[in-house]
Write a protein that binds this ligand. Structure first.
Ligand code: MF3
Ligand code: CO
Ligand code: CO
Length: 273
């Protein structure tokens, strides 16, 4: 795998891994903060009776009011600002008329583009009271993301990240979705390299300071297989089991990683009573 100084690279995904400098980290800090603030804002609106389309509209207005542009909107024909994925939807659920019901669990994924930088992040929310199993799935999925982030440091590999996530998820008898991965990001929404959420220690690409990418594990309560619905976007679990996901955008530093999308208000997990 080859690396390139980001300032020498074309503004597209040409397969080379961009190594970014301090200006990129500053740009990602601001974009990541806007993503986190958007998710902080939406939490109190997640209640039984609200539609996913209404949640999407609130996120869109919030991002635009702060000088951002929604990167997913019109991306490869995607029709909305957010992806909102309920219950057995794994990812890329399209917001619409569906009203939330008590004990629905949902992932909301936002990517504001701010001053040219993509802040890509998602979290789980619950409408009313989740089942015990749903709550456990959400907690394990969040912890698996954080174990993945802890493995992200110079000299480690993408396989080390995947292994950390898979080991924890499977130790808790959940499964890791194979069909979607994290990705390089920055000025290019989806860039090299791919970040798998499963794998073998020491395999894959060696991490270097300046790399910027997402980690976004999708964890299923049942089997890992997924299928895409007829709208061409919505991915669901084949066995209809619940699925959860969390996503951070991070940058590799000299000593570890910087998480750009941490909640300023500590709202990383839903409040469970
Ligand atoms: N934010 C999603 C990700 O984590 C991608 C959304 S692009 C869309 O990569 F087109 F699917 F909306
Ligand atoms: Co995302
Ligand atoms: Co992403």
């Amino acid at each position: 795998m080859n690396y390139i100084a980001a300032q020498d690279a074309p503004l597209r995904n040409d397969g080379l891994i961009k190594l970014h400098g301090p200006a990129a980290f500053a740009g990602m800090r601001a974009a990541g903060r806007l993503a986190a603030e958007t998710l902080d804002m939406i939490g109190p609106h997640v209640e039984p009776g609200v539609t996913t389309g209404e949640l999407d509209a609130l996120c869109h207005a919030f991002i635009v009011a702060r000088g951002g542009v929604s990167a997913p909107l019109n991306y490869r024909g995607y029709p909305k600002t957010t992806c909102i994925s309920l219950n057995h939807v794994v990812c890329h659920g399209i917001p619409g008329e569906r009203k939330l019901r008590d004990s629905d669990i949902l992932n909301i994924d936002v990517t504001p583009l701010l001053d040219g930088w993509h802040g890509d992040s998602s979290r789980m929310f619950v409408a009313g009271e989740p089942s015990v199993r749903a709550r456990r799935l959400i907690e394990v999925t969040y912890q698996s993301l954080m174990y993945g982030c802890a493995a992200a440091k110079p000299g480690a590999t993408t396989g080390d990240i995947g292994h950390a996530i898979q080991f924890y998820a499977e130790a808790n008898r959940f499964s890791v979705v194979r069909d979607f991965c994290g990705h390089g990001t920055g000025q290019v929404f989806h860039d090299a390299p791919n970040i798998m959420h499963f794998g073998v220690r020491g395999s894959g690409v060696t991490l270097k300071p300046g790399m910027i990418f997402t980690i976004e594990p999708m964890i299923n309560a049942g089997k890992f297989q997924v299928k895409i619905l007829g709208d061409g976007w919505t991915a669901v679990t084949r066995d209809k089991s619940l699925s959860a996901q969390f996503e951070h955008s991070i940058g590799i530093t000299e000593t570890g990683c910087e998480i750009f999308t941490t909640s300023p208000r500590g709202l990383h997990l839903p409040k469970f009573d």
